[in-house]
Ligand binder design. Structure first.
Ligand SMILES: NC(=O)c1ccc[n+]([C@@H]2O[C@H](COP(=O)([O-])OP(=O)(O)OC[C@H]3O[C@@H](n4cnc5c(N)ncnc54)[C@H](O)[C@@H]3O)[C@@H](O)[C@H]2O)c1
Length: 296
């Protein structure tokens, strides 16, 4: 057998023996979440779902510390073994992203999970968008994921400290069903999320053979800070029963329904799930448009 073939076999054997011990737990792992400051947001809910799995530490971050201290209190009182640390981090700033990863590495010696979730939405039509608005959405939604993947990936390759023997980790980026197809967001928002999906797929291959997995989660319509005005408006007009009726689950989603999927993707239970765009949308993206009543 060639030496490269024997190396591949050796690595596979090492991973398979690790798989034998797989549990839903994130024991010993260190996680970072961006965009965790919104009270009804996906980031906050995901931080709580990650905490349930008992990691060593979770860094909860957002542009400001607003609401993050409250989140730290909730997590530390409910899951006393988990260190929860709030930091102000602009997810689209190279220095800030490197800074929080360096802090996790120097404090705990390892990084295992990065949930790149920060994002903004616009409700514009193509003719009302311009280079500036387009680049701003790309900066916050897409550059943030690029930075997360690049720098978290580099940290996940480090071993020998924090009790980490093998390279590896899980990077999850929040894309959107708007990044899969037209019809769920403005042109600039949809393009930014399509780019996130491709970044995850391309990067999964860049990290080939390292046990670093990169996946995108694609929420459908979720009631959060981002969609609040749509929901408030519909409730005011008495049309809230119409929200979410286009998907076969026949309702909108809530943040915890995304958070559970993120926590699963973060864990070793998802060890063979890599380079995927997981739609969590009640089935919205499963169908082509149909004449109502004809096929459904
Ligand atoms: N709500 C939905 O229906 C829906 C659907 C698909 C995708 N998403 C995506 O889910 C993610 C989370 O959004 P949400 O729905 O929870 O909205 P949200 O507005 O409740 O939360 C988004 C958070 O991101 C933060 N943020 C924005 N720019 C930032 C930056 N530069 N650095 C750090 N933090 C920043 C905001 O302060 C906010 O706390 C976003 O990427 C969004 O595009 C949401």
């Amino acid at each position: 057998m060639s030496s490269s073939a024997s190396k591949v076999n050796e690595r596979a054997t090492q991973i398979f023996s690790h798989l034998a011990q797989i549990t839903p737990s994130l024991k010993d792992k260190v996680c970072i979440v961006t965009g965790a400051g919104s009270i009804y947001g996906i980031g906050r809910s995901a931080a709580i779902s990650l905490a349930k799995r008992g990691p060593r530490a979770i860094y909860v971050t957002d542009l400001t510390l607003d609401n993050l201290d409250g989140l730290v209190k909730v997590i530390q009182s409910t899951f006393p073994g988990v260190d929860c640390i709030a930091r102000a981090v602009d997810a689209a700033s190279t220095d800030a992203v490197r800074g929080i990863i360096d802090e996790a590495m120097s404090t705990y010696g390892r990084l295992d999970v990065f949930f790149a979730n920060a994002g903004i939405a616009t409700a514009s039509r193509l003719q009302d968008e311009d280079a500036e608005s387009f680049m701003n959405v790309m900066r916050v939604n897409t550059l943030s994921c690029f930075l997360a993947i690049k720098y978290a990936g580099a940290a996940m390759l480090k071993t020998g400290s924090g009790n980490k023997e093998m390279t590896g980790g899980s990077i999850i980026c929040t894309a959107s069903v708007a990044g899969l197809r037209s019809g769920a967001g403005s042109p600039e928002y949809s393009a930014s999320k399509a780019a996130v999906i491709n970044l995850c797929q391309t990067s999964a291959y860049q990290f080939a053979g390292t046990n670093i997995r990169v996946n995108a989660v694609c929420p459908g319509l979720i009631e959060t800070g981002m969609t609040k005005t749509t929901f408030d408006y519909a409730r005011e007009r008495g049309t809230s029963h119409k929200i979410g009726q286009l998907n076969p689950t026949k309702r909108y989603g809530i943040a915890s329904e995304i958070a559970h999927v993120v926590a699963f993707l973060a864990s070793d239970e998802a060890s063979y799930l890599n380079g995927q765009a997981i739609a969590v949308d009640g089935g919205l993206s499963a169908s082509l448009p149909v004449v109502p009543g004809k096929f459904h």
